[in-house]
Design a protein around this ligand. Structure first.
Ligand code: NAD
Ligand code: MG
Length: 396
C-alpha cells in the first residue's frame, strides 16, 4: 500500500481546522498530519499535537514558541515549533507535503496559501479571503505551478461536484448557463428591519444551521459571506458576476446548483456539516467516510427558496459592485470588512455600521490594477487605514 499522504493544516485550532482533523483521524491509513498551526488557544494546539504527532507546529511569535516546545518535549513528542508567517510558508511548501488545508481566517492566510500554490501542492481552500483579495494573481499562480485547487467552502465544493470535469474550458463551452449560489439568510433573515440596529455580536454569531468561527458567522449574518463567495465563485469557475445568482434557501440542505443550457439543474445536497466538503476535497476524486450522518429527506420534508433583499443585506450589494468593478475593488471590500467586523465583535460599532464603513472605504479609494502581491497588500493597508479613520470619527 502507498504511504499515507502528508497534510499540513493551517488554522488547525479553528472550526475548519478541527473538522479537518476529525476527518483525517478517521483514516489514519490514508492521511498523516505533517504540520499544524494555531494563532491563539495554544493549549488546544498542544492537545492537537499530542493527538496527531505532527512534524511541525507553527505559532505566531517566539515568545510563545519556547513554552510550546517544552510542553511537546515533556509529552515525549519530536514535533518542532516554528514561528510566524515564515514558519507557515515553510510548512505549506515543504517538499514532503502532499496537501495543504488553507483554513486561516482573513488576509493573514494569503501568503502561506500562495506559498503552497507556488510549491504545486494540492490546495484545500477554505480561506476565501485569499482568493477575494488577489484572485487574478492567485489563479495565475495555480496555472503556473499546476497545483490542484479544491474548494472547501460548502457552496463552491457543491458547484465543483455539479460541474463537468472539464469546466476550465469555459462555462459557455461546457454548456453551463448560471451558477446558483445558495445562502441560508443567516440569523437575521426575518428580523424586523428596525430591530437590526440593536443586534449584538452574540446574536450575529448564533447561526441557525452552521457552527463556524466568529468572523465568518458575522459575515453570514450580514450576507457579506455570500458576497465574498460570489467573488470566490467567479475566480474558481471563471464566471462573470452576472452568471452567479444568489438564492436564499433557509434549510441549508442544497449547498448550491449549476444550471445548464438544456434546462438541467444539478444540485448537491447534504447535512450542513463541513466534514462533507472537507472529505470530498481530501479524497478527490475518490470518496471516503466523513462521519456525517446520512441526509433524512423525510425529516427535512420541504425546501424553500427566496430572493435576497438588498435593503436588508446591503453588504451583498456592495460585494456585487466590487465584483463588477474588479481589479483592487474586492481587496478593498475584504479589508474594510475585516476591520468593520472586528470592531463590531469588540463592541465598537453597531451591526448596521459594518456596511457604512465598507461603503465609505469603497467610495474613497480609487480602483487600481493589482500586478503583484505588494500592490495587493498596499491596497489592503490603505483600506484598513480608511476604515480605521471611520472608527476614530464614529466608533465607540
Ligand atoms: P476560526 O476563527 O474558527 O479559525 C481561524 C483559524 O485561523 C484559527 O486556527 C486561528 O488560530 C487562525 N488564525 C487567526 N488569525 C490568524 C493570523 N493572523 N495568523 C495566523 N493564523 C490565524 O475560523 P473558521 O470558521 O475555521 O474559518 C477559517 C476560514 O475558512 C475562513 O476563511 C472562513 O471564511 C472559511 N470558511 C469557514 C467555514 C466554516 O464553516 N467555519 C465555511 C466556509 C469557509
Ligand atoms: Mg460557504
Amino acid at each position: 500500500m502507498s504511504r499515507p499522504q502528508q497534510i499540513t493544516v493551517l488554522g488547525a485550532t479553528g472550526s475548519i481546522g478541527l473538522s479537518t482533523l476529525d476527518v483525517i483521524g478517521r483514516h489514519p491509513e490514508r492521511y498523516q498530519v505533517f504540520a499544524l498551526s494555531g494563532f491563539t488557544r495554544l493549549s488546544e494546539l498542544l492537545a492537537l499535537c499530542i493527538r496527531h504527532a505532527p512534524r511541525f507546529a507553527v505559532v505566531p511569535e517566539a515568545a510563545v514558541a519556547q513554552g510550546l516546545q517544552d510542553d511537546l518535549r515533556a509529552a515525549g513528542l519530536q514535533t518542532r515549533v516554528l514561528v510566524g508567517e515564515e514558519g507557515l510558508c515553510q510548512v505549506a511548501s515543504d517538499p514532503e507535503v502532499d496537501a495543504v488545508m488553507a483554513a486561516i481566517v482573513g488576509a493573514a492566510g494569503l501568503r502561506p496559501t500562495l506559498a503552497a500554490v507556488e510549491a504545486g501542492k494540492k490546495i484545500l481552500l477554505a480561506n476565501k479571503e485569499a482568493l477575494v483579495m488577489s484572485g487574478a494573481l492567485f489563479m495565475q499562480a495555480v496555472r503556473k505551478s499546476g497545483s490542484v485547487l479544491l474548494p472547501i467552502d460548502s457552496e463552491h465544493n457543491a458547484i465543483f461536484q455539479c460541474m463537468p470535469r472539464d469546466f476550465s474550458r469555459g462555462l459557455g463551452v461546457v454548456g453551463v448557463r448560471r451558477i446558483l449560489l445558495t445562502a441560508s439568510g443567516g440569523p437575521f433573515r426575518q428580523t424586523p428591519l428596525e430591530e437590526l440596529v440593536h443586534v449584538t455580536p452574540e446574536q450575529a454569531c448564533a447561526h441557525p444551521n452552521w457552527s463556524m468561527g466568529r468572523k465568518i458567522s458575522v459575515d453570514s449574518a450580514s450576507m457579506m459571506n455570500k458576497g465574498l463567495e460570489l467573488i470566490e465563485a467567479c475566480w474558481l469557475f471563471d464566471a462573470r458576476p452576472s452568471q452567479v445568482e444568489v438564492v436564499i434557501h433557509p434549510q441549508s440542505v442544497i449547498h448550491s446548483l449549476v444550471d445548464y443550457v438544456d434546462g438541467s439543474v444539478l444540485a448537491q445536497l447534504g447535512n450542513p456539516d463541513m466534514r462533507t466538503p472537507i472529505a470530498n476535497a481530501l479524497a478527490w476524486p475518490e470518496r471516503i467516510d466523513s462521519g456525517v450522518a446520512p441526509l433524512d429527506l423525510f425529516a427535512i420534508a420541504r425546501l424553500d427558496f427566496q430572493a435576497p433583499d438588498e435593503q436588508r443585506f446591503p453588504c451583498l450589494r456592495l460585494a456585487r459592485q466590487a465584483a463588477e468593478a474588479g481589479d483592487s475593488a474586492p481587496a478593498m471590500l475584504n479589508a474594510a470588512n475585516e476591520v468593520a467586523v472586528a470592531a463590531f465583535l469588540d463592541g465598537r460599532v453597531r451591526y448596521l455600521e459594518i456596511a457604512s464603513i465598507i461603503e465609505e472605504v469603497l467610495n474613497l479609494q480609487a480602483v487600481v490594477s493589482l500586478d503583484d502581491l505588494d500592490a495587493v497588500f498596499t491596497v489592503d493597508a490603505r483600506a484598513r487605514e480608511l476604515a480605521g479613520q471611520w472608527l476614530r470619527r464614529h466608533g465607540r
